[in-house]
Write a protein that binds this ligand. Structure first.
Ligand SMILES: Nc1ncnc2c1ncn2[C@@H]1O[C@H](COP(=O)(O)OP(=O)(O)O)[C@@H](O)[C@H]1O
Ligand SMILES: N[C@@H](CCOP(=O)(O)O)C(=O)O
Length: 450
């Protein structure tokens, strides 16, 4: 693996920053040959002014998310500690599985991110009222799927905020404003749902910390994985870098009943429901770029999980066990020469290839163009190629050309493999204003969902 110029050092700011190529080729996820320049620089200056905990490459949610390090006594009345403070969070895109690491390996992708701002807000008639309280929101880019009034409680960021307060046994403020800006294309296998969940938890935890009731890093992982249903994406989104996540098996005697429970749902369930979720970072041995072919078509993870069988052949399980172990070794030791073999999979990709007929074709094109290895990104439909910085342009170009030849609409983006996990902070100075809602500025009620 080479150590050349890094194609992307920091995620793009502002709406629709995805695929935006910054002058000089530096900056956020850069576009492939067919992408168009989009986006703007709104929010950049504000982001620089915001105070937060330090960016860290080493996974340390205790520092980056303001998580509790031990028991901290409540210093304020329930729900009353947040004052007028604006909590913010930034969470990277993630790619799960990496081929054979189904539901256990997750990789942060630097170059796409979701940002959220949360502040207590005086209730106004146009706020959406739902069991979570009154939430006034707006979104930019891929910030939020449109939802009719009354369904704000279905929003993942909102659900995560409410879950955090619930876990801390604190009442959340009755009315709040949520702003979400995201450059992570949703339902493309790039962890947009994990980012939404982690952003809500991380921002809420800033309020909770201020109230003297912060959740621990372990709490955040449990909540995030429970909301997501599997831990690979959320662990990488929380910690950054490459993360290995698992769930301890249940104690003897509980196992049989719980396994039945786990397999009762359609497709593959949330894993063996034993104890709490666990995760450990795996240091990356060498820098890698991530080239991602992102089809225009959306595919929802819960649907792509239904394509998986309830059981697999022993030979396929053995095939994957060897490759998952080899993959961790190859990534940790910087052995790019092992990645093509190590990223092969027989647990999910063969079944999902029926949904994404371009999968094997694009993997072949990427490796032929010089990628070290390639796989389905998460549950698809995107294809992830891990490459040296030097090979990134050629691989992006080859994928882009092949997508065009196949008549597959979409784009190719280039980011960094690894990078920081979630960051969060509080802005509490008087007079701070959230980014204005475009629709509100135009006399409307908020964002795309209003
Ligand atoms: N910014 C966001 N705010 C709220 N919910 C979001 C956001 N982005 C994605 N989601 C939720 O996540 C869903 C997509 O998640 P999923 O199917 O797991 O695909 P992926 O996580 O790979 O993008 C969306 O339908 C939406 O419910
Ligand atoms: N292990 C999960 C990963 C889903 O990732 P996403 O980014 O597509 O949500 C799976 O393969 O279902």
């Amino acid at each position: 693996m080479g150590k050349g110029r890094r194609p992307a050092r920091e995620a793009p700011d502002g709406p629709m920053g995805l695929y935006r190529r910054r002058p000089g080729g530096r900056g956020g996820a850069s576009e492939g040959a067919r992408g168009g320049a989009r986006g703007g620089a709104r929010g950049v200056a504000r982001a620089h002014r915001e105070r937060g905990t330090a960016l860290t490459r080493r996974p340390d949610p205790e520092k980056t998310l303001g998580a509790a390090t031990g028991h901290e006594a409540a210093a304020h009345a329930p729900g009353g500690g947040s004052g007028r403070a604006v909590a913010w969070s930034r969470v990277p895109a993630t790619s799960a599985n990496l081929g054979p690491g189904f539901d256990c390996l997750g990789l942060a992708l630097q170059g796409w991110e979701l940002r959220a701002w949360l502040e207590p807000w005086p209730a106004e008639p146009r706020h959406w009222i739902h069991p979570a309280g009154a939430v006034h929101w707006h979104l930019d880019g891929w910030g939020l799927p449109a939802a009719p009034p009354g369904e704000a409680g279905e929003n993942l960021v909102v659900r995560a905020v409410v879950a955090a307060f619930h876990r801390a046994r604190q009442a959340h403020p009755a009315a709040w404003r949520l702003v979400v800006r995201s450059t992570i294309p949703p339902a493309r296998g790039l962890g947009s749902s994990a980012a939404a969940i982690v952003a809500g938890l991380a921002a809420a935890n800033q309020w909770l910390r201020r109230a003297g009731r912060p959740l621990t890093a372990a709490d955040l992982l449990q909540l995030a994985a429970d909301l997501e249903g599997h831990a690979d994406n959320v662990a990488a989104a929380l910690y950054g870098g490459l993360v290995l996540a698992w769930r301890p098996a249940p104690a003897a005697g509980q196992a049989a009943g719980r396994r039945e429970e786990a397999s009762a749902g359609a497709g593959v369930g949330g894993g063996d429901p034993g104890g709490g979720w666990r995760a450990v970072p795996v240091p990356l041995g060498r820098p890698l770029a991530a080239v991602v072919a992102i089809p225009a078509v959306a595919s929802y993870t819960h649907e792509a999980r239904r394509a998986l069988p309830a059981a697999v052949a022993h030979g396929d399980a053995a095939f994957n066990a060897a490759r998952a172990a080899l993959l961790v070794h190859a990534l940790a030791a910087g052995r790019g020469d092992l990645l093509a073999e190590a990223m092969q999979d027989r647990l999910h990709q063969p079944y999902r290839a029926a949904l994404f007929p371009w999968l094997d074709d694009l993997i072949g094109v990427a490796t032929a163009a010089g990628a070290l290895g390639a796989c389905l990104s998460g549950a698809g439909p995107s294809v992830l190629a891990l490459v040296t910085d030097e090979q990134a342009p050629a691989v992006a170009q080859a994928l882009s050309a092949r997508m065009a030849a196949l008549g597959l609409a979409g784009r190719v983006g280039v980011g960094r493999a690894g990078g920081p996990g979630a960051r969060a902070g509080l802005v509490s100075r008087p007079g701070h204003r959230l980014p204005p809602s475009p629709a509100a500025a135009a006399g409307g009620g908020g964002g795309r969902g209003d």
